[in-house]
Design a protein around this ligand. Sequence first.
Ligand code: ATP
Ligand code: MG
Length: 188
Amino acid sequence: MRLFVALFPPPPALAELGAEVRRLRALPDAGRRLRWSDPATWHFTLAFLGEVDEAVLPDLTERLARAARRHPAHELRLAGGGRFGDRVLWAGAEGDVPVLRALARSAGAAARRAGAPVDESRAFHAHLTLARAAGRVALRPYAEALAAFRGSPWAAERLELVRSRLPGSGVPGERPRYETVRAWDLGG
Ligand code: ATP
Ligand code: MG
């Protein structure tokens, strides 16, 4: 199964960002050239595990539980944004991001030790994917429009192991479905 470890902001924080994104979506070309992600699925990926054998799950969940216990609940806010080239538009985070980064590192290590093919080649970059470009789209105006955004603070207090089911319908533009397999409170 395809798995990743994530942190989901609470609904009020998502609603604030949602209002901001509605403004972005009113920019020219926003609807035609960008695939916007569903606000209900917005998350910070802490570790992407890829295809994981079911037999790995017991060890993996035990290690992730320990990783969650080792890091405290912390305060974040959704703020600013940017782009990865002209492919991905994202919103950023401010606040206790070093705690989030340490948690991401632990989650990646836990997955690797459990034998999941975790991709640790890229340094952790706290971001929440808002849209993906279908073809070449100049994302800079969107990133600039996001720069001034600063949401209210909230408590990051739960680590989640999530299953991603890729669409099998063949309907163009259909998004993967996310399903939480297990969740743990930070700090135990
Ligand atoms: P799609 O790939 O159709 O755009 P998605 O990215 O939302 O959908 P997945 O590909 O299952 O769904 O990815 C789940 C999460 O893991 C997303 O946050 C995605 O950005 C992240 N992710 C996917 N592949 C990698 C990777 N190779 N390295 C790091 N993070 C990844
Ligand atoms: Mg993907």
